[in-house]
Each structure stands twice: as structure tokens, then as C-alpha cells.
Write a protein that binds this ligand. Structure first.
Ligand code: AGP
Length: 608
């Protein structure tokens, strides 16, 4: 996934582009570049490394004068991170220049055809075929050339394009990769995501698939792939700017860990009314809810882990069969679609390519799709039949925390709604659940108070090579997320295991001093998990246990214990995950790594 910004107006473009790219670095940061029309020619600077390398190279944009330009920050897919493979990409004559987010799946075939026509390729990227195709088709009409390219290429793209003989315009086109257009008093902009342009405007147009836009400093014109003009309605963004800034925290991740009480409260409160769960955006009557015979949850990464929790909670509370799939598997395994299935696609960004493809696959087979999404107006939110937003606010750090917590809170609400209409819980049980749910934000707040204790413990494991997370039932789901949090930001190998499964092979990896984090919040499974703790202890493990207040006896078995406040057994994930997030954060910090932008990763993977 990459970040794109474009600007045309009365101000100098380069500083605006660099500022916008800085807000998009979470989308990819292995190289960056900008192209600016300087009144005579299109000039370009691009370089490998973080954005600050480009900022230093261009003295903050001062060496690149001009009021129209496009910029790009890259997460490499085709072609290693390098100056040459960085975007933008010129054609030979330097008369057309392109930035691209996505994957051109038929680029190899197109490249061979273009090379046979004499086009010379300088980079290893798929993107470069776009600028040579545009050259091939361009006959003075940029929109016509763009349309022809869109018909030839397969795959996903968000494009920013400039034509030297149309210097007072910039162009953009979109298919499957996000792109927005901003109209501001100082000029017009394109960007991959809202934070890049929020400083200049709250007036945003979301581009749909196969749409083209032509920006001048005065106006914005939209077209479809047939060249027909389109009228689009802008959306007003109501985020406050500092919501997307660090707000005094050292990292976005810590800020977002601390925003979890609010994220959970904002997700559940509007949906708890008159001692009932009211999810109007579900778009389903009680009868339709009762008619659901199976739920198919599909997601990636942490959203998938939220889905695993959803399975235990929905099956346990509402007695509905639930299947959970990794989106990258679901989309190709030719699943069996049964009558009465509700598909739930969980995604923070709403742009994850595999999850979006899974949504389309399910819809193609007539399955009703509900999105649980954090980014308003994102592709999954717009293409699902209904969307239940997680009101976590903008999440910038690559490692998700508050959006994950809001996702599981949304799943609790869904399960309670299903349980209520299907009569699988009594009114008394329901009211107790509602009370427990309403206490979660405050209980999370309490757990955040142990950050120093967690940091001290984390500092003992900075040099660890391996760690294991184990649990049963919902504790297993928590283990999955705790393990991913640690490995994706600390680069320490870690595995999550169903505690009962460890003895079927992996326990052979436990050595003296191996850290095993044991989740023991499920009261009905507690004795079994204690047995598993003993098993790993006898093989030399150092055990950090996470369990409910009151289980003091565990200190006879585990070496280090974190207690969480008592809550409904279905909701313990929301509490137990807090110390695990802090643990991962402080191990990464202690190892001197870039917590918010871990190597090789991107915030939303909008390519396969
Ligand atoms: C989580 O910390 C990771 N950044 C990653 O696993 C993420 O959850 C996954 O890529 C799914 O992203 P989405 O929720 O935006 O679809």
C-alpha cells in the first residue's frame, strides 16, 4: 500500500505535498518522491528511504517551485526499494508523469508489448507500464488517454497524473485503491486518505471505481470511464485535526492504546438504549435476525483475531454457528454458501484488498454482507449491504489497538442483539451483560495505569528470541492478538497456541527461560490452563499469567501475574489485551525500533 497526494492552486505545491505525504507515511515508507510543474517543465525528485530524506534533498520543497504537483510514499510490491523504483515515474520525453497505489496484475504482458514498440523501462515496477501506455494513447486529450489505459490494465490503482501540455491541471483515476478529492480555498487536492488534506479542507469527495477526475485551481470535474461527466456530492469530514496527531504521546501507538476507553465507549454507548441493544445501521428486522442460520466472519490480521473472539461470543451467547476465515483463504477456497448466511467483513481501514475481495465474492453469491469498519466512507463500508462503524477515530499506528478493541466491542453488541431476539439469554442475564459492557471503558482505564509495571517487565525480555502465548477458548483468541502485537513491532518471533494443543508438538520448543504468556480469564477452563502452565514450567518456561482478580493461588504456579478486573466471561478480551499491547509496545521501544512504522509493514494492505 502506498500514499498519494496531489495539489493544484495558488500556493507552492511542494511543501503541501511533503506535508501530506508525512500524514500518509503509515501507508508505506521505503521511498518517496514529488513531481512539480515549475512554469516551464515538470521537475521530479525521488529517493529511497523515509520521507525526511526527500525533505532534506529538496530543502522542504524550496528547491521545487511551482503550484501544481503530485507526490508519493511507497510500500514496495514490484521492485525493491530504490531511487529508480520510487515514484513518480516519467515517460522518456518527461511529458507525462504518474504516481500509483495498487498492483497492475497484467503489467508483465503489457511491458513486453510496450518494449516491442520501443519503449524503454528504467524501473522494475509495475507502475511504469502506466506512463508508457499513457504516452502510447495520448493524442492531446488526457481524459481519453486515461480511459484507454483503464480499459487495458487489470488490477488495482489509484493514480495521480500530470501532462506537460496541460500544466494547469492534474488528473486522477481510481479502481479498488482508495482516492479522495479535496476542494479548498487555496486550491484542489487528491490524496489516498483524509489526514493528508485535513489541514486544507474538510470538503471531501470519495472517488468510486473507474472514475476519473480533472483538477484545476478553480474547479473539479469528474468523469466515468466512458468520458461522461459526473456530478458528485462532497462529504464534510468532522474529525478534529489533533485526533490525527500524536497529542503529546511519544508514538501514535501509545496514544491509541490510551484512547481505547473512549473508542470502546463511543462504539457501544450510542447502541445501548432503554435497556436494549439498538443497531439501526444493521438494516435487519428482528425476524431477519432470527432467520440467520449461520454467520461467516472474514478478515485479516488483528481483525481476524477479533473475528475469532466473535465466534466464541456469538456461539456462546446467541447459539448461532459461526465460521471465521482469513480473507486471503476465503476468496479462493470456493466456500459453500448456505441459505440464511450473514457474512461479516471486519476491517479497520475498510481498504484491505483480501477483505474487499472476500466481500465481493460473498455478494456475488447472494450472501448478505455486514461490514464492521472504522474508516467512514471506505470501500468495504460502501460496498457492504450494511455497515456498523467502530467509532475509534483515526488510527495511524500500523499496529492496531483501539480499532481492534472497538471491533470486539461491536461484536459483543451484535451477539447481545442476536441473543435478545432469539431468546437465548434471559432479560436478567441481558441486563447484567449490559452493565458489564458499560463498565469496560473504566476497567480499561484502570489497566492502563499499570504501564510502568509492564514496561519494567518488558525490559527483561528485549533480547528474547522466542515467546509463546497460550490460552483456551476466548483466551486463545486473546493469545493470537497478543502474539501478533509483539512480533509485528518488536521483530521477536512469537507464536500463539491453543493451550491444549501445545503438548502435540510445539512444547518441544520450550527451553529454560522461554517466556510463555498464559491467558487464564475463562473461569470454566481455568483449571485446565493451570495444568498447561505446569506442563511448560516443568520444561523450564518462565510464565507470565493474565487472569481475573481473586485467583491469588496462581502465584504458586506462575512466575509473574497480571490481574484484570472481573467482568462477563465473554468480555475478558477487552481487558486482558491491554497489558499485552503495552508489553509489545515497551519491548519494541526498549529495542529502539520505530513502533509506529515497523519494517516491511503498512497500515492497510490494499494489494494482494
Ligand atoms: C494489525 O496490528 C496489523 N496492522 C494487521 O494485521 C491488520 O490488522 C490487518 O492488515 C487488517 O487490516 P484492516 O483491519 O484494515 O483490514
Amino acid at each position: 500500500m502506498c500514499g498519494i497526494v496531489g495539489y493544484i492552486g495558488e500556493n507552492q505545491a511542494a511543501p503541501i505535498l511533503l506535508d501530506g505525504l508525512a500524514k500518509l507515511e503509515y501507508r508505506g515508507y521505503d521511498s518517496a518522491g514529488i513531481a512539480i510543474y515549475d512554469g516551464n517543465e515538470i521537475r521530479m525528485e525521488k529517493v529511497m528511504g523515509r520521507l525526511k530524506v526527500l525533505e532534506e534533498l529538496t530543502h522542504g520543497g524550496e528547491t521545487m517551485p511551482g503550484c501544481a504537483g503530485i507526490g508519493h510514499t511507497r510500500w514496495a510490491t514490484h521492485g525493491c526499494p530504490s531511487d529508480t523504483n520510487a515514484h513518480p515515474h516519467f515517460n522518456k520525453e518527461h511529458s507525462i508523469v504518474v504516481v500509483h497505489n495498487g498492483i497492475i496484475e497484467n503489467y508483465a504482458k503489457l511491458k513486453r508489448k510496450l518494449e516491442a514498440k520501443g519503449y524503454e523501462f528504467l524501473s522494475e515496477t509495475d507502475t511504469e507500464v502506466l506512463v508508457h501506455l499513457l504516452t502510447e494513447y495520448y493524442d492531446g486529450d488526457p481524459i481519453a488517454a486515461i480511459e484507454r489505459v483503464m480499459r487495458r490494465v487489470e488490477g488495482s490503482y489509484a493514480l495521480g497524473i500530470m501532462f506537460l501540455d496541460h500544466p494547469h491541471h492534474i488528473y486522477a483515476a481510481r479502481k479498488d485503491s482508495p482516492l479522495i478529492v479535496g476542494a479548498s480555498p487555496v486550491g484542489n487536492l487528491i490524496a489516498s486518505d483524509v489526514p493528508a488534506i485535513l489541514r486544507y479542507t474538510r470538503n471531501v469527495y470519495y472517488m468510486e471505481n473507474e472514475e476519473i477526475v480533472c483538477l484545476s485551481k478553480e474547479n473539479i470535474r469528474f468523469f466515468n470511464i466512458d468520458g461522461d461527466k459526473l456530478e458528485k456530492t462532497p462529504t464534510t469530514i468532522d474529525w478534529d485535526i489533533d485526533a490525527a496527531e500524536k497529542g503529546g504521546y511519544e508514538h501514535f501507538m501509545l496514544k491509541e492504546i490510551y484512547e481505547q476507553p473512549k473508542a470502546v465507549r463511543d462504539t457501544i454507548s450510542p447502541r445501548l438504549k432503554n435497556n436494549d441493544v439498538v443497531i439501526e445501521e444493521l438494516g435487519m428486522t428482528d425476524d431477519e435476525l432470527r432467520a440467520v442460520r449461520k454467520i461467516s466472519i472474514v478478515a485479516c490480521g488483528s481483525a481476524y483475531h477479533a473475528g475469532i473472539t466473535g465466534k466464541y461470543v456469538l456461539e456462546g451467547m446467541a447459539r448461532i454457528p459461526v465460521e471465521v476465515d482469513l480473507a486471503s483463504e476465503f476468496r479462493y477456497r470456493n466456500p459453500i454458501y448456505e441459505e440464511g448466511t450473514l457474512a461479516i467483513i471486519i476491517s479497520q481501514s475498510g481498504e484491505t484488498a483480501d477483505s474487499l475481495a472476500a466481500l465481493r465474492e460473498a455478494k456475488k453469491h447472494g450472501v448478505r454482507v455486514l461490514g464492521i469498519v472504522n474508516v467512514v466512507g471506505s470501500s468495504i463500508a460502501r460496498e457492504a449491504d450494511n455497515v456498523m462503524y467502530t467509532w475509534a477515530g483515526p488510527e495511524i499506528s500500523v499496529a492496531t489497538t483501539k480499532a481492534y478493541s472497538a471491533q470486539i466491542a461491536a461484536l459483543y453488541l451484535l451477539a447481545m442483539k442476536f441473543a435478545k431476539v432469539r431468546g437465548t439469554v434471559s432479560q436478567e442475564e441481558f441486563l447484567k451483560m449490559q452493565s458489564d459492557l458499560e463498565q469496560l471503558p473504566e476497567q480499561i482505564e484502570t489497566l492502563l495505569g499499570m504501564k510502568e509495571k509492564i514496561q519494567r517487565f518488558a525490559n527483561r525480555y528485549l533480547a528474547a528470541d522466542h515467546m509463546f502465548f497460550i490460552g483456551r477458548g476466548i483466551d486463545y483468541a486473546i493469545s493470537l492478538e497478543g502474539s501478533l502485537k509483539l512480533k509485528e513491532i518488536s521483530y521477536i518471533h512469537s507464536e500463539a497456541y491453543a493451550a491444549g494443543e501445545l503438548k502435540h508438538g510445539t512444547i518441544s520448543l520450550i527451553e529454560d527461560g522461554t517466556l510463555v504468556v498464559a491467558l487464564a480469564t475463562q473461569e470454566n477452563l481455568y483449571p485446565k490452563t493451570i495444568s498447561n502452565i505446569v506442563e511448560v514450567k516443568t520444561r523450564g518456561a518462565f510464565v507470565m499469567a493474565v487472569t481475573n482478580f481473586g485467583h491469588k493461588e496462581i502465584e504458586k504456579t506462575a512466575d509473574y501475574v497480571i490481574y484484570i478486573p472481573k467482568t462477563n466471561q465473554f468480555f475478558t478480551n477487552s481487558l486482558a489485551i491491554i497489558p499485552l499491547q503495552l508489553f509489545g509496545y515497551y519491548v519494541s521501544l526498549g529495542r529502539g525500533l520505530d513502533v509506529d512504522k515497523p519494517r516491511n509493514l503498512a497500515k492497510s494492505v490494499t494489494v494482494e
